[in-house]
Design a protein around this ligand. Sequence first.
Ligand code: AMP
Ligand code: MG
Length: 354
Amino acid sequence: MDTKIVRLSEGNNDETALREAGEILKSGGLVAFPTETVYGLGGDALNPDSSKKIYAAKGRPSDNPLIVHLYRTEDLYRVAKEVPEEALKLAEAFWPGPLTMILPKSDLVPKETTGGLDTVAVRLPSHVGARKMIEYAGGFVAAPSANLSGKPSPTLAKYVIEDMQGRVDMILDDGEVGIGLESTIVDLTVDPPQVLRPGYITKEMLTEVLGRVENDATLFSVSGKTAPRAPGMKYRHYAPKGDLVIVRGESERVAAFVNEKLREARRAGEKTGVIAAQETSKLYDADVVKTIGKRRDEEVIAKRLYGILREFDDENVGKIFSESFGEESDEKGGLGQAIMNRLLKAAGHQVIEV
Ligand code: AMP
Ligand code: MG
C-alpha cells in the first residue's frame, strides 16, 4: 500500500490535508495522526472492517479494545448507552484533553471496536488537527497508538513512519507530540471509579472532581502476575528489545551496583545501556548512557521515555539498567505514577532494590 505522508504546519490549519484524512477514514481507510498524548492509528470507529484493519496494521491481538475519539462532548450520548453524572463532570473538567472514560457501549459501536466488550473507551483529544480530522471523518475515530504491537507508543512522526509506512493510507506528521505518554483511562462502570491506566490527568485531579477514585491494584505490581483490568495493559507493550531492569535505592549505591552489572554484561559480550537522571548520569560507565531529564522535571521525563526505549533498539543495546523515576505512592503520585507504570511495563516488572 502507498502511504501518503503530509507534514502539518504550525497550528494545524491544513484544511486540505485534514479533509483528505477525513475522507480516507469515511471510506474505510486508515490514517495515523498526532494527538497531544502519542500518535494514533485511526479508523472509522463505527465500521467493523476499519477496526479489523487497525488490528491487522498493528499486529495487535483483537481482544485488545480501541479508544473511540470524538470531536465534541455531546457525541458521548451516541457511543454510550448511559452517560452518568460523573462522565459529564469529568468531561467538563478535562475535555478536550488526555482523559479516556470507560462507559457502557451503545449499539452504534460495533464489538470489533471494543474487542468484544460491552463497554466503550471514549476520549476527546485537545490536538486541534486531530479534532478537525475526527469531525471531517464523521465524528467517531477508533485509534490505538500508532506503533506496531509490542513497541513503545510513537512520540515522533519518524517512529510512526518506521512502523506504519506501507500499512496505512496516510500519515499526518506533526513532529513531536506534547505529552509523550498515553491518556489516563478511568473506568466509570464500577463504583468507586477506577484508574486503569495512569496518565497526565492524575488520580489526584480525578479525585478532586469525583470524590473517591481508586487505582487498579495491578498498576504498580512488581511481580506483574495479576491481570490488569484494561485488556491492553496485560501485554508487554512498551518493551525495548534489550533486557531492561530498574534499580532502586540511594543514588551512589544504585550507580555502584549498576556499574558492577555493566562490567559483567560487557564481559559477556553485551552492548550496555543506562537510563539516568541528569543529576546522576555521569556516574555510569555504560556503552550508551541516556539522560532522561532532571529528576524533578516529570513532564520532560514523560516525554522522553518512549523515544529513549526506541533509541536503545536502534542502537542494538542488549542489557539496559534504569534508575527509578516517578513515584508510585498516592501521596507523591502525580505524573510520576504514569512514568513508573510505563517503566515497570517496559522492564517486564523487573526491579532490584539496592
Ligand atoms: P492504546 O490506544 O494503544 O493505548 O490502547 C487502548 C487502551 O485502552 C488499551 O490498554 C485497552 O485495553 C484500553 N481499553 C480500551 N477500551 C477499553 C474498555 N472498554 N475497557 C477497558 N479498557 C479499555
Ligand atoms: Mg498502545
